[in-house]
Ligand binder design. Structure first.
Ligand code: GRF
Length: 212
């Protein structure tokens, strides 16, 4: 059975969705860069080993990432899953876990990489927004895409209502993506392309606003 280590920085709702999904893999550990991350207690309640590698204890990104890699490698995971992990990772770190490091981002990449995705989407008046699970490459928020979910943007949306609609979909697609990875239904090939063993499309076109 494959195993994963989940990295978090905060409340850990995506981590919780993974813990609750009965994935076909062992969740070997949850590691946070912030000791006060609320997700750590949630993980402990599921009897998952936790560890903290606090970025503030390290003088630079290289030394923090080296220590983080050590903490991860203790658990010998097949995949490293970023779930609201709010640190930019160095090229060395990303290369070490090439094809084994995935992230969830609250936008339809490549649109709205970086922070404040929902506020920026509302500001631009886009009508379809969403979330993306992707392999991590040194190019921040631009790695090869595994799965995306789209949601409509409503006229009365606030940053909070839009974030909640997107988060609901994050909690659906992240467990699905990790299930595929662990079942070897999806992988990153040597050319850096996402390859699906088999691919099925269910569901319908999303048109926003809806047709009359
Ligand atoms: C999520 O929206 C995730 O996409 C982004 O940060 C947020 C983390 O939320 N990277 P949580 O900690 O999983 O609840």
């Amino acid at each position: 059975m494959k195993s994963i280590v989940i990295l978090i920085s905060g409340r850990g709702s995506n981590m919780l969705a993974l813990l609750e999904a009965k994935l076909p893999c062992k969740i070997s550990a949850v590691i946070s860069n912030r000791a006060e991350a609320a997700g750590l207690a949630l993980a402990q309640a599921y009897n998952i080993p936790t560890a903290v590698v606090a970025h503030i204890d390290y003088p630079d990104r290289n030394s923090f990432d080296a220590e983080l890699a050590k903490a991860i490698d203790n658990f010998k995971p097949d995949f490293v899953v970023l779930a609201g992990f709010m640190r930019i990772l160095t090229e060395n770190f990303v290369a070490r876990y090439s094809g084994r490091l995935v992230n969830i981002h609250p936008s339809l990449l490549p649109a709205y990489g970086g922070l404040n995705t929902h506020a920026r989407a509302l500001h631009d008046g886009i009508l379809i927004h969403g979330c993306t699970v992707h392999f991590v490459t040194p190019d921040l928020d631009h790695g090869p895409i595994i799965i995306q979910a789209a949601v409509p943007v409503m006229p009365d949306d606030t940053e909070q209502t839009l974030a909640a609609r997107v988060l609901y979909e994050e909690h659906r697609i992240y467990p699905l993506a990790i299930r595929w990875l662990c079942n070897q239904k999806v992988a990153l090939d040597k050319q850096g392309k996402v390859v699906f063993q088999s691919r099925r499309q269910v569901g319908h076109t999303l048109i926003s606003p809806g047709l009359e």
